[in-house]
Each structure stands twice: as structure tokens, then as C-alpha cells.
Design a protein around this ligand. Structure first.
Ligand code: SAM
Length: 279
């Protein structure tokens, strides 16, 4: 049985408040499908039964599961390729020169889903900086969803997932076959500190960053939420740092403190020079 307008409105408001994700009218089918699957997992009869339980029990852990069920976790290794080419050819070479004295680099991958994006960055770093192990690397990957963080930490991918975007040479070099899955090498896994973190809440304990990847997540938020997140990213990005957004995302019209530059075939955002000097 389809969910009612009232049930949809309740879920939509709760998801917006807790995650910033905007579910436009017309997405009833999506809510229905995702919550029906969650209801089955929870041994409940229907999405409506699940919503009734959530409505009647404010502190129930089910609230978090409902919000997580409404996230879209689409990702892949080397997704869109060009940002990683830009990283390899321009960004890493520039930063290894400018950070040569401190030999330190800090990277944040916000909204990292099941981990393919941060592991792609980690492979790119290893392939580009032969003495990476002698660098002081701070590499934090965050996502709202505890399930996504657990999957990232496990670092195990099925054949379909590794077939999507991962070059064979890197698969052989950085993964080992475990039954039907491919497991990421401990060398790569230990480079990344995976943390559960909601972008619409406070960001405790994040240091200044040289590189921020925050791709394909702002699209789910309203303009005010995007503005707030971009302003806070700008506060954390070093004056000569680099921000990569998804190909359908931009800072334009949202945060004048960033300017778009083209690096190879990838768009990238940097702090406007006047702002960097004023900081
Ligand atoms: C489409 S995936 C993008 C994954 C990866 N960045 C990429 O481009 O391939 C979006 C991710 O954003 C996460 N997300 C959604 N809302 C969030 C929020 N408020 N805070 C942190 N992560 C969030 C979801 O859990 C999901 O894993």
C-alpha cells in the first residue's frame, strides 16, 4: 500500500532536519521503496508501519536508519576520472613542492560513501609520491551513514564494484582476492581515518586542509545549506588549497570567496586571492 501524503511529509521534514537532504514532492515512490526495504529488514509489515513507529518513538534508533535509508550512495573508483588526473598532474606536484619543508599534507574527503573515492585518492597519492610513507599525512574521510563508514573501513568490494573504474594494474597492486570479494591492501586502508560525520552539524576536530573532495553531495541540499557548508569548507581550506566538487555542483552564486579554475580537464575551486590575503 502506498504511503499517504501526511506520511511522506513527515519523512521529508525529518530527513531535511537531520541530514539537509531535500526530498521534493514527487519523490513519494523513492521514500516508499526505500522504507519498504527497511521495514522488511526490521520485520515490519510496511513502510507505513515503520513510519508510525518512528512517529510514536522520538528517541528510537530507527530515526537514524530512516535518514540513512534516504541517502543516495552511488560512487565508484576514479569516478569522472578528470579530478584524479588533475590531482596527479598538477595538484600533488604543486603541493609536494610547496610543502617540501614540512613534508605534511592534509586531505578531507567529505561524503565518502562506501570508500571508493578516498581509496582512489590514496592510490593516486601512492602512485605520485614515491616516498609517501615518509610524509606526515592527515587523510580524513567522512560520511553521514554509519553503514557507509563501516563498509569503507572493511575495504571489501565485489567484482562489479572493482570493474567500475579501477584500472587492472591498480587492482592487482592494491587488492587481494578474498572469496568473491576484493580487499584493499592494509597499506592503503591505514592511510585513511574514516569517521561518521554529518555535514549539516558541527565538524569537530577537523584540521586545516590542503585538498578537499566534497563531490556529489551538495546537490541534495537547499541553497542555504550549501552556502553554510561552503563557508565552513573555506574556513578549513588552506589559502593555497584545492576544493573539488561534483560535476553538477558549483560555488557560483553560493560563495564568492571561491573562484573556479580549470586544472587539466577538471574544474576546481580555490580561495579568491583577495580573500586569502585578508585571512
Ligand atoms: C552520491 S554519494 C557521493 C559519494 C562520493 N563523494 C562520490 O562522488 O562518488 C553521497 C553521499 O553523501 C552522504 N551524505 C548525504 N547527506 C550527508 C550529510 N548531511 N552529511 C554527510 N554525508 C552526507 C551520503 O551518505 C552518501 O554516501
Amino acid at each position: 500500500m502506498a504511503i499517504t501524503t501526511g506520511e511522506f511529509d513527515f519523512v521529508r521534514e525529518m530527513v531535511r532536519k537531520k541530514s539537509g537532504i531535500v526530498l521534493e514532492p514527487g519523490k513519494e515512490y523513492l521514500v516508499e521503496a526505500r522504507l519498504s526495504a527497511l521495514a522488511r529488514q526490521q520485520k515490519m509489515d510496511s513502510a507505513s508501519a515503520l513510519i508510525a513507529r518512528v512517529q510514536g518513538s522520538p528517541g528510537d534508533p530507527l530515526h537514524k536508519l530512516v535518514v540513512e535509508a534516504m541517502t543516495t550512495n552511488e560512487t565508484s573508483f576514479f569516478r569522472d576520472l578528470h579530478p584524479f588526473e588533475a590531482l596527479k598532474r598538477v595538484v600533488i606536484p604543486a603541493l609536494t613542492v610547496s610543502r617540501a619543508a614540512s613534508k605534511s599534507l592534509s586531505i578531507w574527503c567529505g561524503a565518502s560513501s562506501t570508500g571508493q573515492e578516498p581509496y582512489t585518492i590514496a592510490m593516486t597519492l601512492r602512485e605520485s609520491i614515491p616516498d609517501i610513507d615518509s610524509w606526515k599525512l592527515t587523510f580524513i574521510a567522512t560520511d553521514l551513514s554509519s553503514e557507509m563508514i563501516a563498509r569503507s573501513r572493511a575495504g571489501r568490494y565485489n567484482q562489479i564494484e572493482v570493474n567500475r573504474g579501477l584500472p587492472a594494474a591498480l587492482m592487482v597492486k592494491y587488492f587481494t582476492k578474498q572469496g568473491l570479494e576484493w580487499e584493499i591492501s592494509p597499506k592503503l586502508r591505514s592511510m585513511i581515518d574514516f569517521r561518521e560525520m554529518n555535514l549539516t552539524q558541527s565538524w569537530p576536530g577537523l584540521p586545516p586542509f590542503d585538498i578537499v573532495f566534497m563531490r556529489n553531495v551538495l546537490i541534495y541540499f537547499d541553497a542555504e545549506t550549501k552556502k553554510d557548508i561552503l563557508r565552513r569548507v573555506r574556513g578549513l581550506l588552506r589559502p593555497d588549497g584545492y576544493l573539488f566538487l561534483g560535476s553538477a555542483e558549483t560555488t557560483m552564486g553560493l560563495d564568492d570567496g571561491f573562484e573556479r579554475t580549470q586544472i587539466e580537464k577538471s574544474g576546481c575551486y580555490r580561495i579568491r586571492q583577495a580573500m586569502a590575503k585578508a585571512a
